[in-house]
Design a protein around this ligand. Structure first.
Ligand code: GLY
Length: 384
């Protein structure tokens, strides 16, 4: 890693430490996702609000707040971060009682919270929570199609056979469960799902489908859907990031060369499409106008590229590191709010191309931005 990159990332981390010291205190009883017009974080754990079954405590991003705090705890050793993270983690345990709203994203929810807590502090309660979540995730496996079912029923859609590229991140929880218990079933399911994703989600040019629909009885592939991107056949940037980084997770846990090769293939496609200014659109195939951006997808891609650089020979590393730094510098220097006017750091995120609202903040953009900064400086643990 070039020294100038490390110095830059250290400067960004210094600003992050300063910002998170007051943001964490201000929001200590919340589980935030996004900020309102005044820059204040919302609270997905607010049980007085009429959330839908999957967007209150079950909301799939709820693990990222704790994930940010655990990274800061590991970095600074300040106990307050651990307390606030654990506060959120213990609230999330209630999801198991409700059960109905839970989905495949229990990996995103409990890997950066319960698994992180257990790894960093040895908390036995967190171990049980994480194993419980892993068992629920394994229960969503469809043996006929060898995929993990993504979402629950959506009005007007039969989603029993839907798998989505994002799920590659949920597999971490399954790999961890096998490594922790010695029971290979979790790893076997994870690896079968990753194989299915390799076969059916990755296009010959290295771009990636968001949603693939299988016949839930026979496992036969039916079709793909555009999902959160511009449309069928397009290239939702965050989905490219989930694939690039997600196959590396499976590679890290299994050593299977095909996962590394697939990650590289997606990475090369992404690098060929990253604009010169490093600002990432919502979809690499969206029209030029409106120029909707997704800083969150940008941070996921950057994190994947940095992780990929660690898995290849030295001669190949600069290609990935330079591309990641182009993205991170664009975020840190032009899309970050370091002031007290907004609780979130990373600006200009988009949940989906066709959402009516764009350029919002999203907790997982901050998570992946901060995680990437730690990767550049060589600090932190691989949490996935
Ligand atoms: N996992 C859904 C998203 O990236 O928005």
């Amino acid at each position: 890693m070039r020294e100038e990159y490390v110095t830059w990332a250290e400067q960004m981390l210094e600003k992050t430490r300063e910002k998170m010291s007051w943001v964490s205190e201000k929001n200590r009883d919340k589980i935030p996702y996004t900020t309102d017009n005044e820059g204040n974080y919302d609270d997905r754990a607010d049980t007085t609000r009429a959330w839908n079954p999957d967007d209150g405590l079950n909301w799939w991003t709820n693990g990222f707040w704790g994930g940010i705090l655990w990274m800061l705890y590991q970095d600074t050793g300040e106990e307050a971060y651990a307390q606030i993270a654990r506060n959120a983690e213990y609230k999330m345990e209630q999801c198991f009682d409700g059960f109905y709203g839970l989905h495949h994203d229990v990996g995103f929810m409990f890997q950066p919270t319960a698994v992180a807590d257990y790894r960093l502090t040895g908390n036995e309660r967190s171990r049980k929570t994480a194993l419980h979540a892993a068992a629920l995730l394994a229960g969503r496996f469809n043996p006929a199609g060898r995929f993990i079912r993504a979402w629950n029923d959506i009005p007007g859609e039969d989603t029993r056979g839907w798998a989505i590229i994002d799920c590659l991140f949920n597999l971490s929880l399954l790999y961890w469960a096998s490594e922790e218990t010695g029971d290979p079933r979790f790893r076997q399911i994870a690896s079968m799902h990753a194989d299915t994703a390799m076969e059916h989600f990755i296009r010959p040019d290295g771009s990636v489908n968001h949603i693939v629909e299988f016949n839930p009885e026979t496992g036969e592939k039916i079709k793909s859907h555009g999902g959160q991107g511009y449309g069928e056949g397009s290239s939702w940037t965050r989905g490219q990031g989930w694939a690039l980084y997600g196959f590396l997770i499976s590679y890290r846990h299994t050593g299977k060369q095909a996962y590394l090769d697939t990650s590289k293939k997606v990475a090369h496609y992404c690098i060929a499409n990253i604009p010169q200014n490093g600002i990432i659109p919502v979809d690499f195939r969206q029209p030029h106008e409106p120029a909707w951006e997704d800083s969150c997808g940008a941070c996921v891609i950057a994190g994947g590229l940095l992780e990929l650089a660690k898995c290849v020979p030295e001669l190949e590393q600069d290609l990935y590191i330079d591309a990641a730094m182009r993205i991170l510098k664009a975020i840190g220097e032009t899309r970050a709010d370091w002031s007290r006017g907004c609780d979130a750091i990373v600006q200009n995120c988009s949940a989906a191309y066709h959402n009516p609202v764009h350029h919002i903040t999203m907790s997982y953009a901050d998570y992946y931005f901060i995680e990437a900064l730690y990767k550049v400086t060589g600090k932190g643990t691989f949490m996935w």
